[in-house]
Design a protein around this ligand. Structure first.
Ligand code: DMJ
Length: 630
């Protein structure tokens, strides 16, 4: 309007256009430019123009691929969302965790209950594991279960040769008896304590204890593989359903790294390898991630106690030294966690423990029981093949076997340690009993713990791969130690062995005080019978195993389950009111295997972890993710 009123103020353009015309022309031009620019975005993905106009994305070649293989989101997606969305799908919604388990879905069995929203999300911080995401469940990594099964040398449950040939044989009846004991132990637990860690058979209730940081159901997890191999199918389904629906990992207590590893991780791994059910693999991996903060120490030697509490470091919460048998009994399970998750972090943690132990000076070649995870030095010079030391040695020889005999480091460490043990700890009593004493800075305690009785089986297992000139010797040594442990049973009134027995003051293979006279349903002696039976087929081992079955029935069976006893030297012992979960995991399993054919969980295909959970040998035609073979 102003322009019209004062036309003289608006000069004409060089092309002779007036203002309204110019305005219209500009409008047309800008429309054209917008149209052309927009069209760039509609061109195909590979268009060069698009690359010219868009800012390049920061990208490290291969990173996404590695992350995907490892079952995790690429690095740039690893930050957890500020408010994790709940993992629990609405009723009727598809549960992503069950997609990977077509067999279960097909069979119409119960659905896996997804883990809680914040479950396991904090465990991985600082350990190169992305925080778990609701629903992601680590299942994007695919483990080829069928390929794994096809590589086994024997059917998992064996051929059952003797059943077809001798249906009424004595050994079959013995095996059936052990199966009945397992059924009774399980049913009693189920009836009075289902979901608790252990059964208290006298008070007919459950017991949680303080070793598992709030995790429940130790007996369920410990029983899975035993139920499976005994073909207690209904009971196995009950146990599996409990794991699916009630085994929650969103706990926040303080747990023993060792106990959670050997019982829960070991039990879940075995259940997966035996059945291929994804729920066991997923829970094992997620629980494994929760254990990782324990390794956050200056040396990488884990503390014995891990805090599941969100954001806190496990190592800061417990005492000053780590125990050899505890940090030395992770190797088998952690390699399998890597194998099943594709994530190297588990294998790296245990390889580092190995490295520290290789480097440190060993007094006379012996491994003391306590090590500082801060300085990496031994804390005391107490050496034992029983409690505190035991399964460290076991895991060396089993690492060698489980690697398909490729882990030379484990093999060498085992035989070197055994030489030192023989030189400094091995003794023969005046009565001719061979035993492994305990060593305190050069002074011997002439005693053996019940726990040390696993060593007969271990030495038998390792005999075949020793130097040729040592093989017969180790077989004989294994037999002698096992005989001594049998004596500790035979010399009691109940025919069950005490917690510790001595060789001094003219007394041999007996406890010297009441505080060492209890028996808590431990497996180590029958474990050795089982290995010695498989190695020699000497019927004495089945006889000795049967003595244990009869004694358990007579002294430990109560109306509502099995119980430990306070004094093996009393013919009317009082009960301790506890059915240990390892009784179902180990004692009954080893007894059952003792009365079975050798191809039931063949030792060519399986190694047993220290809680008797079978883990597969990595045959040379395997992928070898965890063993560095790809
Ligand atoms: C089990 O939990 C394991 O065998 C462990 O290695 C030692 N103690 C018990 C059984 O006695």
């Amino acid at each position: 309007m102003l322009m019209r009123k004062v036309p003289g103020f608006v000069p004409a353009s060089p092309w002779g256009l007036r203002l309204p015309q110019k305005f219209l022309f500009l409008l047309f031009l800008s429309g054209l430019v917008t149209l052309c620019f927009g069209a760039l975005f509609l061109l195909p993905h590979s268009s060069r123009l698009k690359r010219l106009f868009l800012a390049p994305r920061t990208q490290q070649p291969g990173l996404e691929v590695v992350a995907e293989i490892a079952g995790h989101a690429p690095a740039h997606e690893q930050e957890p969302p500020p408010n994790p969305a709940p993992a629990v799908p609405a009723p009727g919604e598809d549960d992503p965790s069950s997609r990977a388990s077509p067999r279960r879905r097909k069979g119409g069995l119960r659905r896996t209950r997804p883990t809680g929203p914040r479950e396991e999300a904090t465990a991985a911080r600082g350990n190169s594991i992305p925080a778990s995401r609701p629903g992601d469940e680590g299942v994007s990594f695919r483990f080829d279960f069928n390929a794994f099964r096809s590589r086994l040398r024997h059917p998992v449950l064996g051929m059952r040769a003797d059943e077809s040939q001798e249906p009424q044989s004595r050994v079959r009846a013995q095996r059936e008896k052990v199966k009945e004991m397992m059924q009774f132990a399980w049913q009693s637990y189920k009836r009075y304590a289902m979901g608790k860690n252990e059964l208290r058979p006298l008070t007919k209730d459950g017991y949680e204890g303080n070793m598992f940081g709030g995790l429940s159901g130790a007996t369920v997890i410990d029983s899975l593989d035993t139920l499976y191999l005994m073909e207690l199918k209904e009971e196995f389904q009950e146990a599996k359903a409990w794991v699916e629906e009630n085994f929650h990992l969103n706990v926040s207590g303080e747990a023993s790294l060792f106990e959670v590893n050997i019982r829960y991780i070991g039990g879940l791994l075995s259940a997966f390898y035996l059945t291929g059910e994804e729920v066991f693999r997923i829970k094992a991996i997620r629980l494994g991630e929760k254990l990782l903060p324990a390794f956050n120490t200056p040396t990488g030697i884990p503390k014995g106690v891990v805090s599941f509490k969100s954001g806190s470091w496990g190592w800061a919460t417990a005492g000053s030294s780590s125990i050899l048998a505890e940090f030395g009994s992770l190797h088998l399970e952690f390699l399998h966690l890597t194998e099943l998750s594709g994530n190297q972090v588990f294998a790296e943690k245990v390889r580092n423990i190995r490295k520290v132990l290789r480097k440190i000076e060993k007094p006379f070649g012996l491994y003391p029981n306590f090590l500082s995870p801060v300085s990496g030095n031994w804390v005391q010079h107490h050496v034992s093949v029983g409690g505190l030391g035991d399964s460290f040695y076991e895991y060396l020889i089993k690492s060698w076997l489980m690697s398909g005999k490729t882990d030379m480091e484990a093999k060498n460490m085992y035989y070197e340690a055994l030489e030192a043990i023989e030189t400094y700890l091995l003794n023969v009593s005046p009565g001719g009993l061979t035993y492994i004493a305990e060593w305190r800075g050069g002074i011997l305690d002439h005693k053996m713990g019940h726990l040390a009785c696993f060593s007969g089986g271990m030495i038998a297992l390792g005999a075949e791969d020793a130097k040729e000139e040592k093989r017969v010797h180790y077989r004989e040594l294994a037999a002698q130690i096992t005989k001594t442990c049998h004596e500790s049973y035979a010399r009691s009134d109940t025919k069950l062995g005490p917690e510790a027995f001595w060789f001094n003051s003219g007394r041999e293979a007996v406890a010297t005080q009441l505080s060492e006279s209890y028996y808590i349903l431990r497996p180590e002696v029958v474990e050795s019978y089982m290995y010695l039976w498989r190695q020699t087929h000497n019927p004495i081992y089945r006889e000795w195993g049967w003595e244990v079955v009869l004694a358990l029935e007579k002294y430990c069976r109560t109306e509502a389950g099995f119980s430990g006893i306070q004094d093996v030297y009393s013919s009317t012992p009082s009960h301790d009111n506890k059915q240990q979960s390892f009784f179902l995991a180990e004692t009954l399993k080893y007894l059952y295997l003792l009365f079975s054919e050798d191809d039931l969980l063949s030792l060519e295909d399986w190694v047993f972890n220290t809680e008797a959970h079978p883990l597969p040998v990595n045959h040379s035609d395997s992928s070898g993710r965890a063993w560095g073979r790809h």
